[in-house]
Write a new protein. Sequence first.
Length: 299
Amino acid sequence: MNMKIHLDPSTPMNLDETLCCGQVFRWEKQEDWWYGVAGKRAIRVRQIGRVLEFENANKDFVESYFGLNVDLRQIYTSIHKDPHIEEAIARFRGLRILRQDPWECLVSFMCATYKNIAAIKTMISELSHRYGDHIVFEKENVHAFPTAEALAKSSITDLKKCGLGFRAKRVKLTAKVISDDATRLERLRRTSYAEAKRELLQLPGVGSKVADCILLFSLNKFEAFPVDVWMKRVILRYYQAHFEKEFVERISEQKPLSTSQYERLSRFGREHFGNYAGYAQEYLYHYERMKTRLPILRA
DNA sequence: CAAGTGCCTTTATC
DNA sequence: AGATAAAGGCACT
């Protein structure tokens, strides 16, 4: 079940940055292989130069999941609007936005509310171990991401044991909604960014920021521009001049963004960077985070 | 090592 | 509309 993909020189790809930039929480690197689970299949992948090597994955899935058909160079041209994004692109060239499973993405970012990435990984791992189907891969015990049905049936008390805290109730409620309407999320692929976002905002535990993450990382609405505390920092550091002084002072305070403040920053991203603003977001986000930590701590 | 800070925010309430 | 508080606890310093 081994497969190799030889990347064309016109297809920038950086597997490490793609899997450690905070868009996905279920990949772990050991030696030079990344281990992950997609659907009911545990797979591993590594990149050596221009070659991607897979174990236990099929080609269609890989091309879709890693977005290999997306023309990154054209996207770079499109979002190339200022020296800051230019630097981020130069540094992390080949970072790709994945096309994740919408359900897994939805739960992941609901759990991400007010948590750091290390803690999110722990929660998602715990949820999978407790509620996900058991998979055996290379003598290791792996678990699929739990279905909506499995989480809908769970108790809030047990969900809290996975570290979810106040998110447990939201996850259970949303799991119920999704398990009653299995195509609800997939349908959003065919709607516009604005309409899909309205739909997602109906779900308990999904606000503007979480909706934008789901839209970007699983439904590939590339104009989505999620703004978390890091992106707020990025905007205050490099793009402050695009806003009134009064507004800048408001959002500089140590308080969460209001919905209208959030939308204002997110809209700025779309207007400044254009149709692929989401790509710009991920590069700037990753760039800012990596500046503040040692390379060895990356994961 | 302890105690403090921060976290890819949402919701309820006023 | 806009402000404010609460939420639950892990990971890092």
